[in-house]
Design a binder for this molecule. Structure first.
Ligand code: PMP
Length: 460
């Protein structure tokens, strides 16, 4: 095909420019002294080509589960072009046409929620949520109800406040001191819960949150922030009975429930939003990646009327939300998001995610028959994980080096998968699968086939 790669005059010059000047995210650069950095050039559907012309099937939607509708969507590009030519930007203190239109469309998918606050990354959307919580505490609770609870193994972003709410210790290790007022609650990964597991675990795991609440003092806690399914922490699907109890606990102690849908939002789990799998009603929902599938930067902090109304008080000069995100005023974001949502609807991608999820899970489960290192397979929709262990008896994680070797072997076969990186005792090492929601059975067969070969070669 006539790829951009073929039209790039001098791939070597691009590679050398990258090697000399780009500081890659989450990457050890030492190997680039001898190995070329990988430059991705072009994509179509869930296939991507690198600058050396190698074709890959992308099982992680752009590396970090973002490109929900797949690559090469002309209608999103056209919508962005039309809107930025008409009006590229206006600060969010005033409205824009795409901003208003997308908010209305989004709210249709989220019964019980009514307001959309725009910014441009998942981290930022979460920080907005917590600033709202803190302001509610200042205005209505004399500043006391300001603590934010987060869960072990959840991840909410990269800023210092987000790391203060980060349950992945190895990501945090070198960035303290952290912001005060963030308190960790236990995880709910039954596979690594030891004696705690078994009948009733969901309720017990939720009760463990309440124990922290009672210890800290319920009147000091503003919100509980949870991922619907823990993503980077290893595809942790909360156990039966968990969410009902979590909701009950939040209501009982007047604690806002903030659900971080940065990964699960926009169809990833087979419903529009992950929380909708569980029949719960959050007070605040944040989202980013799949909102515009990476075609533009946009994130949203969505709230109920009850939350919004607490900021509407013109007798109090400081009463409104004193926050801005400059690029939350870009029209490219909501314009791309409108088209992204239209594609998901017209092509039935939420339904495809729901239908293909069990297929992918079944295929991954078949690997358990052939590879003793696959301890558990779990997930919802096109969001699945395979936890790798050294022993199915003890659930001891497979060493991280071997997990990385499996990922590298798949890459060499032209299949890009992910892995949660756990080098800390007691943690889980999980292969991650989150292909674009257009994935077919053939695509999934190809992905799992590569993993099968890799496990055989690396682990034996
Ligand atoms: N929340 C979750 C659950 C995430 O996985 C991420 C990113 N991986 C974020 C928040 C942060 O999003 P961003 O990188 O856009 O700031």
């Amino acid at each position: 095909m006539d790829t951009l790669y073929e039209r790039t005059n001098d791939p070597r010059a691009v590679i050398e420019a990258d090697r000399a000047h780009v500081w890659h995210h989450l990457t050890q650069h030492k190997p680039f002294e001898t190995v070329d950095p990988r430059i991705m050039v072009e994509g179509k559907g869930l296939r991507v080509w690198d600058i050396k012309g190698k074709e890959h099937i992308d099982a992680v939607s752009g590396g970090v589960w973002t490109v929900n509708v797949g690559y090469g969507r002309e209608r999103i590009a056209n919508a962005v072009r039309d809107n930025i030519l008409k009006l590229c930007f206006w600060a969010g203190a005033q409205g824009t046409i795409p901003g208003a239109q997308f908010a209305e469309r989004l709210i249709e998918k989220m019964p019980g929620l009514t307001r959309v606050y725009y910014s441009n990354s998942g981290s930022e959307a979460n920080e907005k949520a917590w600033k709202m919580v803190r302001q509610i505490s200042a205005k209505h609770h004399g500043g006391r109800k300001s603590k934010i609870l987060y869960r072990d193994r959840d991840y909410h972003g990269t800023t210092l406040a987000c790391l203060s709410a980060g349950g992945q210790q190895e990501r945090n290790a070198m960035y303290g001191p952290f912001a005060p007022g963030f308190v960790q609650v236990p995880h709910c990964l039954e596979y690594q819960a030891g004696d705690q597991g078994g009948e009733g675990y969901g309720e017990r795991a939720a009760n463990a949150i309440e124990e922290v609440i009672l210890r800290e003092g319920p009147d000091t806690i503003g919100c509980l922030c949870l991922e619907p399914i823990t993503a980077g922490g290893g595809i942790i699907v909360p156990p039966k009975g968990y969410w009902e109890r979590v909701q009950e606990i939040c209501r009982k102690h007047d604690i806002l429930l903030h659900i971080d849908e940065v990964v699960c939002g926009l169809g990833r789990t087979g419903t529009w939003f992950g929380y909708q799998q569980y029949g719960i009603q959050p007070d605040i929902v944040t989202m980013a990646k799949g909102v515009a599938s990476g075609y533009a930067a946009i994130s949203c902090t969505v709230t109920t009327d009850r939350v919004f109304e607490m900021f509407k008080d013109d007798t109090d000069r400081l009463g409104y939300f004193r926050d801005i995100s400059t690029f939350g005023g870009c029209t490219a974001g909501p314009a791309a998001a409108m088209e992204n949502m239209a594609i998901i609807e017209e092509e039935g991608l939420v339904e495809n995610s729901a239908a293909m999820g069990p297929y992918l899970q079944g295929k991954l489960r078949e690997l358990m028959d052939r590879h003793a290192c696959v301890g558990e397979v779990r997930g919802l929709g096109l969001f699945q994980g395979a936890e790798l262990v050294s022993s199915r008896d003890t659930h001891e994680p497979l060493p991280e080096k071997q997990v990385q070797a499996v990922v590298a072997d798949c890459l060499a076969q032209g299949v890009i998968i992910g892995a949660s990186n756990r080098s800390m005792p007691g943690y889980n090492n999980t292969l991650l699968f989150a292909p674009s929601l257009v994935a077919t059975k053939d695509d999934l067969d190809q992905i799992v086939g590569a993993v099968d070969g890799a496990l055989g070669r690396v682990v034996g």
